[in-house]
Write a protein that binds this ligand. Structure first.
Ligand SMILES: [Zn+2]
Length: 103
């Protein structure tokens, strides 16, 4: 995924939720030139090895051809705020951690 300039990659975007696809100021896809349309996605926002916050309904530009996702700088800032919020979470997930055993 492509982040606004100078952002470190502290998260991965997992699933699209479709929904309201309002075209905004997104440019064409950097990789395939496809049309980028705004959709709400779910972002796994993590830092370090042990801290993970799932943020839903994040507006992101999604390439309609290859699925690459683009985030705006202000959205990234908002996500950082929400991730560090002291408010009670809407929902708490249990996340199994396993290791791959490769000989
Ligand atoms: Zn694309």
């Amino acid at each position: 995924m492509i982040l606004p300039s100078g952002q470190s990659t502290g998260w991965t975007v997992t699933s699209g939720e479709g929904g309201d696809s309002v075209t905004r100021v997104y440019h064409r896809c950097h990789f395939c030139g496809g049309e980028v349309v705004e959709q709400r996605v779910t972002v796994d926002y993590r830092w370090g090895d042990t801290f993970l916050v799932v943020i839903r309904h994040v507006p992101a530009g999604v390439c309609q051809v290859c699925g690459e996702q683009y985030l705006k700088a202000e959205v990234v800032k908002e996500m950082e705020k929400v991730a560090h919020s002291q408010e009670e979470a809407k929902e708490v997930l249990r996340i199994p951690v396993r290791e791959l055993k490769v000989a």
